[in-house]
Ligand binder design. Structure first.
Ligand code: ADP
Ligand code: MG
Length: 580
């Protein structure tokens, strides 16, 4: 315990048997609910909270920036189905963490952001407190629920509400506002203990109606060219066997969304990943399992989806409001995925006819042809490396190490890796998610290592890496088994843009040429490798993954190799006006 803490009267009181305080009540409430890991950044007014939580046996992981602590908490939530806990200081720290909280909510990941805040009386009268900000009001529209706790005796209930809000129904982010004064409030230890609760059944089963299941199965039965799309909600649900049984019993080709890759292995005979354009266009009935018809699926309409009106949708989702969000859902099945698929499987009975063989044959043919084409390119050994030669090497490594977790962000680095690197187990791929944001990399890598104990491989564009790169110190500090590969092509999309004015500034998308990212890792005691060939890359990554030592491999990629915005160039408006 710190000297400062011992001198504080209210904390001293807490060591006397009959009193407890806000610090301890919050720690006890979290622990009682099996929330034993905190991702955060210390500072006023939560520094001692972190110390005391660690002293009480919680794992308290300090980051260099709150956004990455928040991204770690969100990924912890995704991997464990328990809310990940992020802890930040007031105002600026809170705002930094808020980006991650909003991102978690968008992605349906359960997390709780605990933020210290300034004195209510001063904030509300806007009298200029230290880090004054009305944090609760700001958090509210950006998360699933937001609460403020003013009295120590309410901490137990507040934590319970936060847990329920985060994990029940569609999961998401919750904000808990903790004014500095709360921590020091004392109360009788016995009353304090009685005020805490362990949440019973925080994410209750949600059974679908029999009618909705029948409607869905009737539609599926009528399909000539059915397709199943599996999203990260299905991966989150952790009912992997039920999903596999449903897909196999139906015989329907499936398409995994990127974070659902591996829920069924990418080399599964029904996988249609490599025939994506064909199945989206030609299918007549599409079954959505924990996936949304958002921008990542062209909103379920337009050219990619073939003739207008050619499709009917079955959607299985825990959130009734997701139905008809973009197109008409002919057969909504609302409930948790495990319950829904359970009832559907039961109703399918013993003699369900698996999907039409002409359709599946056509899909498989297209898929196999595309895979053969891709395989040719992946074998290449160019110098300098391009995306295909480098990812060809990494693909073999991931296939040989199915338990490792792959973190992936960037533009081209993301798009190519997503289609090239096969996953064979569920929840092994963590990426930019629903928003397609940069900056999740190191936060996700830390949480993946901490929550699963598995080796992590983070495949990062050089630009993407920059957003959270300082967290390699965090990775070294906790000695986490993380190997980062930076795909270094000297810039954003490409490193070849030039400033047309001839001025001394380089183009806005260009970085320092031949940056030595591996030396950053060495600065913190990790291993740094400069890799210019496929062979050097493979050797370094294998060595890192065998040893578990924090490693950064600076993989030198041809600066001409990328394309503008990767595969979503259509979202990046370009001027057609020529100025003299
Ligand atoms: P993807 O990006 O992979 O398409 P999304 O995050 O867009 O996936 O969609 C996930 C969907 O899964 C959300 O609509 C969410 O409501 C839903 N979902 C989350 N958990 C469950 C669950 N346990 N059962 C059913 N649906 C779920
Ligand atoms: Mg780049």
């Amino acid at each position: 315990m710190s000297a400062e803490l011992k001198e504080r009267p209210e904390a001293k009181a807490s060591t006397e048997e009959e009193l407890t305080d806000g610090f301890h009540l919050l720690i006890d409430a979290l622990k009682m609910n099996d929330l034993n890991t905190i991702y955060g950044v210390p500072g006023i007014p939560i520094t001692d909270f972190g110390r005391l939580a660690q002293a009480a046996g919680m794992r308290v992981l300090s980051f260099r920036h709150e956004q990455h602590a928040g991204n770690a908490a969100a990924i912890a939530g995704y991997l464990t189905k328990k809310p990940g806990i992020c802890l930040t200081v007031s105002a600026p720290g809170f705002l930094n963490g808020l980006t991650a909280l909003a991102n978690a909510t968008t992605n349906c990941f359960p997390m709780i952001l605990l933020s210290g805040s300034s004195e209510r009386e001063i904030v509300d009268l806007q009298q200029g407190d230290y880090e004054e900000m009305d944090q609760l009001a700001i958090a509210k529209p950006l998360c699933k629920a937001a609460f403020r706790v003013l009295h120590a005796e309410d901490i137990g209930i507040a934590v319970a509400r936060a847990i329920r809000a985060a994990v029940s129904g569609r999961p998401g982010g919750v904000y808990l506002d903790l004014p500095a004064k709360l921590f020091g409030q004392t109360m009788s230890a016995a009353a304090g203990k009685a005020s805490l609760l362990k949440v019973v059944d925080p994410a209750p089963q949600q059974l679908p109606s029999g009618e909705s299941v029948q409607r869905a199965l009737d539609l599926l039965k009528s399909a000539k060219k059915p397709l199943i799309i599996i999203g990260k909600g299905a991966a989150y649900a952790q009912c992997d066997d039920v999903v596999k049984t449903f897909v196999e019993k139906s015989g329907v080709p499936f398409l995994p969304m990127s974070m659902a890759k591996g829920l069924l292995p990418d080399n599964h005979p029904q996988s249609a990943s490599a025939a994506r354009s064909l199945v989206l266009k030609e299918s007549d009935v599409v079954v959505m399992l924990g996936a949304r018809l958002n921008w990542l699926l062209s909103h379920g309409k337009g050219k990619a989806w073939g003739e207008p009106g050619s499709k009917k949708f079955i959607q299985v989702d825990i959130d009734p409001r997701e139905m008809d969000s973009n197109v008409e859902i002919a057969a909504p099945v609302v409930g948790d995925l495990e319950s829904c698929l359970g009832v559907m499987l039961e109703s399918m009975g013993g003699n369900w006819q698996p999907s039409n063989s002409d359709w599946t044959k056509a899909v498989n043919q297209k898929r196999d042809a595309n895979i053969a084409k891709m395989d040719q390119r992946l074998g290449s050994d160019t110098s300098p490396m391009d995306f295909h030669s480098a990812l060809g090497a990494l693909r073999e490594i991931v296939t040989a190490r199915p338990d490792a977790i792959l973190v992936n962000e960037g533009a081209n680095t993301l798009d190519f890796a997503r289609s090239i690197i096969n996953m064979s187990k569920p929840r092994k791929r963590l990426d930019v998610g629903t928003w397609g944001i940069m900056g999740i990399g190191m936060g996700a890598a830390v949480a993946a290592a901490v929550e699963t104990g598995q080796q992590v491989l983070a495949v990062e564009g050089d630009s993407a890496f920059g957003f959270s790169g300082m967290e390699i110190e965090t990775i070294c500090r906790y000695n986490l088994p993380v190997c980062i590969v930076v795909f270094n092509n000297n810039g954003i999309y490409r490193g070849t843009d030039v400033n047309p004015t001839g001025d001394k500034d380089v183009a806005p998308t260009v970085f320092v040429k031949d940056s030595r990212y591996e030396k950053m890792m060495e600065a913190f005691g990790g291993v740094g490798v400069y890799a210019t060939s496929r062979d050097e890359l493979a050797k370094a990554v294998n060595k890192a993954m065998d040893s578990g030592v924090p490693t950064l491999v600076n993989a030198i990629i041809d600066e001409n190799a990328g394309t503008e915005s990767g595969r979503i160039g259509n979202l990046n408006p370009q001027s057609v006006v020529k100025k003299k």
